[in-house]
Ligand binder design. Structure first.
Ligand code: PLP
Length: 350
């Protein structure tokens, strides 16, 4: 740290993103990206013409994209906020809605803790059960904002909508943020609840099921008042928060829903097959509703499995958190990629 840096930031622990090594090609199963390219419509939308307009600022309201999202999810445009990745929006949620503190599970998306620390938000981590499931009752009457990924990050386990609704209903004076980054792989969306409760907001991303991680596009759906609060932060930090190309890519992706539905179905079918294969190899493996599996073998520690797979050109994610240090998180790729993974694991175990 330089001697000029704010002392408030001195102790900040940053988020560690999954590695993106450039030294050799890997089978990348470590950051929950899609193995499939964007839809043909998205690639067509990113025209030379739009590139030649990059001298001009983008529409700060992302009007066409917001209208397309609103129509897609059956809400009004003032129920939609868009920004540069859902990380940006989660950051705003911690900034805006957590004056009384925040609660989230001990095993979940690591960024929640970073944002809480960044904004000086006192937080409580509620341990997930031994089987990694979330006890919904533990979030009732929290007295603080509640932040839940559903399906949950790292475990892939999902809560039914009725549990989410009970949590929202029991915290009428605090915002409940539902992070639905993985909802399209088998979860139940809480968008419908945001019409009926003034304290519920859903955050989603184009990075996972809509195969646009590199475009950086996230959105939130919620009551107009909460959306206005997020816009206030947008216009106080970075009004042109979405570039021209990303706005076009997002609109085009929503027009190619069939393509993305099929891609999500393929991921789910592959997930099912790989989970069975891992169970047959003696692994324990969460019943994930996401595009990844959290898996552990009694025969090889998580850290070692991660390293040995990397030596074989396959990247998975390993977390040092003691509760899951014997696990690896494996993104679901193409069938071919997953067969390579299973072959490598069989070779390592034999
Ligand atoms: C991937 C992910 C995000 C971040 O998505 P971006 O839109 O790429 O910033 C947010 N929350 C969870 C739980 C995620 O897994």
């Amino acid at each position: 740290m330089s001697r000029f840096n704010s002392s408030r930031l001195a102790a900040l622990e940053v988020y560690t993103p999954g590695e993106q090594p450039q030294d050799q090609p890997y089978i990348k199963l470590n950051t929950n990206e899609s193995p499939f390219p964007p839809s043909p419509g998205v690639i067509k939308a990113l025209s030379q013409k739009e590139v030649s307009r990059l001298n001009l600022y983008s529409d700060p309201e992302s009007k066409r994209l917001v209208e397309t999202l609103a129509a897609h999810y059956g809400v009004e445009p003032d129920n939609v906020f868009v920004s540069n990745g859902s990380d940006d929006i989660l950051n705003f949620c911690f900034w805006a809605f957590c004056e009384d503190g925040a609660v989230f599970p001990d095993i979940t998306y690591g960024f929640y803790e970073v944002y809480a620390n960044l904004h000086g938000v006192p937080f409580q981590k509620i341990p997930v059960n031994a089987d990694f499931s979330i006890d919904p009752i533990a979030y009732h009457n929290a007295g603080k904002a509640v932040v839940l990924a559903n399906p949950n990050a790292q475990t892939g386990l999902a809560l039914p909508l009725s549990d989410i609704e009970d949590i929202i209903r029991s915290n009428p004076d605090h915002v409940v943020v539902v992070d639905e980054a993985y909802v399209d792989f088998g979860g139940e969306s809480a968008v419908e609840l945001t019409r009926r409760y003034d304290n519920a907001i859903v955050v989603m991303t184009f990075s996972k099921s809509r195969t646009l991680a590199g475009a950086r596009l996230g959105f939130a759906i919620g009551p107009a008042e909460l959306i206005a609060d997020l816009k206030k932060l947008q216009y106080s930090t970075n009004p042109y928060n979405l570039n021209r190309l990303t706005q076009l890519a997002g609109i085009a992706a929503l027009q190619d829903q069939d393509y993305y539905d099929k891609a999500s179905q393929r991921i789910q079918a592959t997930r099912h097959r790989v989970r069975r294969a891992l169970l047959d190899l003696g692994f324990s493996c969460t019943d994930s509703r996401s595009n990844f599996l959290l898996a552990s073998s009694p025969r090889i520690p998580g850290g070692e499995l991660y390293r040995k797979l990397k030596e074989r050109g396959i990247l998975v994610r390993h977390f040092s958190d003691s509760r899951i240090e014997n696990y690896v998180r494996i993104t679901i790729g193409t069938d071919q990629q997953m067969d390579a993974l299973l072959d490598a694991i069989r070779a390592l175990l034999s």
